[in-house]
Design a binder for this molecule. Structure first.
Ligand SMILES: [Zn+2]
Ligand SMILES: [Zn+2]
Length: 388
């Protein structure tokens, strides 16, 4: 090769190396081992973009041993329960107490009776009998959850937006992580979070809706009077997103403020795991990535529960979820994922809104209004029922 081309070739290689940074791989030995139902293993999986890959398969129980959860709903207006991210008028993160519940009452959502007792319901076992109840689900100790994390993270062509109750990842304490809990404006009810940002799914298992190991940064920023019993560390790794990229608190390992974060809240920089793409939390709740930059595995989250997110079939009374035939992606009814994609929302949000409005016989005008979309767009996008 003529010498004159060598610098060109070298610089081409250098830019190729820059374009393809080394990503950290999920390390299952850094998870809390006692919560595993089975030892993690590497299995064949298919990524959402259709490529065949290898994934870490992690199977955990309903709640890690020793993790104290609650309180969620306060018993009366004189008590303080957990926290709630309110998205209506006077939006913000609140302690679920008399002040907050009186404010909601002023906005048309009354969660208490004339004696100041807070309406609460265990929606795993009972139906709310009031328009607005605080939801306090009992745990189901038999439930197991299986999650898949790609061994080698792959950047998606475009980041995937996360809406209500999207699966985000798994914390190093083995607790699943989800985006925003369903808003009161959609369901009428409040599935209150505890002061670390977690609660129990209708399937009976606990999960996070925020970065629990750095949630007090949000409390400080927003003047919320609450404490989380977990050790707080803004520089620590919280977990892994379902695209395999690590999730950290609001600061870098050296205590500095992260710079150059993208729209999802992540960037490529040096971490305790080496130089890799990683996400940071913010001081806004839910303090989680706004989107995921990488490709997730198909069927990345399943549970043995009969209801709730990831359940393979509905409970006997079908109350908590629309019917979920086996084999659909993520346990969703056939066509729901495509319909949700078309509408620019998550399948979970669509299912949640349909379920809240009466399931199969839902009034589509009501569903469209609760999702903030046009009814005609919803009708066009929804899969046809068999025979139609
Ligand atoms: Zn939840
Ligand atoms: Zn960083």
């Amino acid at each position: 090769m003529p010498d004159v081309f060598k610098p060109l070739l070298l610089s081409a290689c250098a830019s190729l190396a820059l374009a393809m940074p080394a990503y950290a791989h999920p390390d299952t030995t850094t998870f809390e081992q006692s919560a595993f139902v089975e030892a993690p293993e590497i299995v064949d999986c298919t990524l959402e973009d259709g490529t065949e890959a290898q994934c870490h398969q992690i199977t955990v129980g309903y709640l890690p041993e020793g993790l104290e959860i609650g309180p969620f709903c306060p018993a009366t207006l004189d008590d303080a329960g957990g926290i709630w991210g309110w998205s209506g008028e006077n939006a913000g993160l609140y302690r679920v107490d008399g002040n907050f519940l009186r404010m909601l009452d002023g906005l048309g959502y009354r969660f208490f009776d004339e004696d100041g007792n807070v309406y609460s319901v265990d929606n795993a076992t009972e139906q709310p009998t009031v328009d607005h109840a605080c939801i306090n689900v009992s745990v189901d100790e038999s439930v197991e959850i299986t999650m898949l994390l790609p061994v080698d993270s792959v950047m998606a062509k475009t980041p995937s937006d996360l809406g209500v109750v999207s699966k985000i990842g798994v914390a190093l304490d083995d607790v699943p992580i989800f985006s925003d809990a369903p808003p009161i404006q959609v369901t009428g009810h409040m599935p209150a979070l505890d002061t670390c940002g977690g609660h129990v799914d209708p399937g009976g298992w606990y999960h996070w809706h925020g970065t629990s190991t750095d949630v007090e940064t949000v409390f400080d920023a927003q003047g919320v009077r609450a404490d989380c019993a977990l050790e707080q560390d803004a520089s620590a790794q919280f977990g892994y997103a379902l695209d395999g990229f690590p999730m950290f608190g609001s600061l870098e390992a050296d205590g500095s403020v992260p710079v150059g974060l993208d729209a999802c809240g992540g960037h490529i920089a040096v971490t305790a795991l080496g130089e890799t793409y990683h996400y940071h939390t913010s001081d806004d709740f839910p303090n989680l990535p706004a989107c995921l930059v990488g490709v997730r595995a198909q069927n990345n989250f399943t549970t043995t529960a009969t209801a709730g997110v990831g359940a393979q079939r509905a409970g006997e009374d079908g109350r908590n979820e629309a019917p979920r035939p086996e084999g659909g992606p993520g346990g969703m009814p056939p066509g729901f994922d495509t319909a949700a994609d078309t509408l620019g929302i998550t399948a979970e949000a669509l299912l949640e809104a349909m379920t809240a409005a009466g399931g199969r016989d839902a009034d589509l005008a009501e569903v469209a209004a609760s999702l903030g979309i046009q009814e005609s767009a919803l009708r066009d996008a929804l899969p046809l029922a068999p025979g139609q």
